[in-house]
Design a protein around this ligand. Structure first.
Ligand SMILES: *Cc1c(COP(=O)(O)O)cnc(C)c1O
Length: 432
């Protein structure tokens, strides 16, 4: 027996060797070394490198989204940068009075102006918003939902399950393909039911075609019970005034999305939506509408568990200020991706191809993503490289996430910030 077989290198020696390649804390490297020695004592050094590599790749990092899916769920939906500071914020401190304040004051005022609502509050995501509204307004009572809107959205947000957790009872109304206002009226008038509210859910990530019918918010608003519209996508106004001067005509994927301002104008008592879909803000959920209902949500015991932190509120406030200033296209990354012209994208693609000497320019179709405007595309431009290079691109110092279709790799530039084009050039150069 060699001495190597009887004495695997010491854990500390392996950890010190790993330190040359991985800038991870010593304690983490020791953990990797110990795992390797336990698993494969005869081959500990090589296995320790694998374990440390795996650990490094599991850390959160910034990436380049070359997929052309503008709101990529796996990449955190809407990209957003916000200035951070070591200083505290006045999150619950009223500067005017010097007394305790509410964390909702600033965003609530901005949302009230933008959406023409009485009040608004913010929670951690839209699933939490829907849950809180049901718990606050319909606990122990019934909520009417169309059978065509009893949907599952994204990873496990299923309306019947959320309803059950909130303590509200689900009353199914209509059929899968057709639900009319009179179906809701029948449920409301039935002596078996105690309908506290109608919940209208936007079936964000799919479309039923053919012989279909659904009741509008305006029709439901006449039925004498509160109407809550879960619009999901967070489009604040489907006339999109912030696009003026950036795009010739508001595209149909925007005009056809349910929007918060229009749902309220049509008579919804509350709207709920995500902050990180078409709003282009941080992950959060917004509840906006009638002041007494918003207050019932704000004072519900669940609110404490669902409230957002000051970083979220600061980021949301800056996004809402951009909408107010109509500078969304310059300041909100999602809207600048949407409005970048095809000629700009084409010339960026040409520059990348000539600088890297790799691939060819190619017209592409970007997707909105995050279950918003399913099936709609925006013409785009990018780079194609024969073969499947996704792994190598993903392992680049700043990972580049690309798509592969029929053994060609595509990088769509609409979802890439122009300041990151040099990273794409580096990553492509490394393929040769
Ligand atoms: C996306 C979506 C949700 C879930 O929102 P999260 O912010 O992901 O929690 C709920 N309802 C609708 C209609 C949605 O589109």
């Amino acid at each position: 027996m060699t001495s190597q077989a009887t004495h695997p290198p010491s854990i500390d020696a392996i950890a010190r060797e790993l330190a040359a390649q991985f800038s991870l804390p010593h304690a983490v490297l020791v953990h990797c070394a110990r795992t390797a020695v336990d698993e494969a004592p005869a081959n500990a050094i090589a296995v320790a490198h694998e374990v440390a590599t795996e650990f490094s790749l599991s850390l959160l990092t910034t990436v380049i989204n070359g997929t052309g899916v503008l709101l990529h769920t796996n990449l955190g939906r809407a990209p957003l940068s916000f200035a951070s500071s070591d200083r505290p914020t006045n999150v619950e401190f009223n500067l005017a009075t010097g007394e305790r304040g509410s964390r909702h004051t600033s965003v609530s005022a901005l949302l009230s102006q933008l959406l023409q609502v009485e009040d608004a509050i913010v929670v951690n995501n839209n699933a939490a918003a829907v849950m809180l509204v049901l718990a606050a307004l319909a606990h122990g009572r019934d909520a009417a939902v169309s059978r065509g809107e009893s949907v599952e959205i994204g990873g496990g947000f299923r309306i019947p399950d959320v309803m059950e957790q909130s303590g509200a009872r689900l009353v199914d109304v209509g059929t899968t393909n057709k639900t009319r206002a009179r179906d809701y009226a029948r449920a409301i008038n039935s002596r078996h039911n105690d309908i506290a509210m109608i919940l209208k859910v936007h079936p964000s990530n799919f479309a039923i075609q053919g012989f279909t019918e659904s009741a509008s918010v305006a029709e439901l608003a006449d039925l004498g019970v509160p109407v809550v519209a879960d619009i999901g996508s967070g489009l604040i106004d489907n006339t999109a005034p912030w696009l003026n001067g950036h795009i010739d005509r508001v595209p149909s994927w925007i005009t056809n999305e349910p929007a918060a301002k229009q749902a309220i104008a049509d008579g919804a008592d509350l709207v709920t939506f995500s902050g990180d879909k078409l709003l282009g803000g941080p992950q959060c959920g917004i509840i906006a509408g009638r002041a007494d209902f918003v207050d019932a949500c704000a004072s519900h015991p669940l609110m404490r568990a669902l409230r957002p932190g000051s970083h979220t509120l600061l980021a949301l406030q800056s996004v809402l200020l951009s909408y107010s200033a109509r500078t969304a296209c310059a300041e909100i990354p999602f809207w600048s991706m949407v409005t970048t012209s095809i000629t700009q994208l084409e010339s960026r693609a040409q520059h990348i191809v000539s600088a890297s000497g790799i691939g060819a320019t190619v017209p592409l179709d970007s997707l909105i993503g995050a279950g918003s405007a399913p099936g709609s595309t925006i013409a785009s431009f990018g780079i194609s490289v024969p073969g499947d290079h996704r792994t190598k691109l993903r392992m680049h110092a700043t990972p580049v996430i690309a798509r592969t279709v029929t053994n060609s790799t595509y990088i769509d530039l609409r979802s890439v910030h122009p300041n990151d084009d040099h990273i794409i050039i580096e990553a492509l150069t490394s393929l040769s």
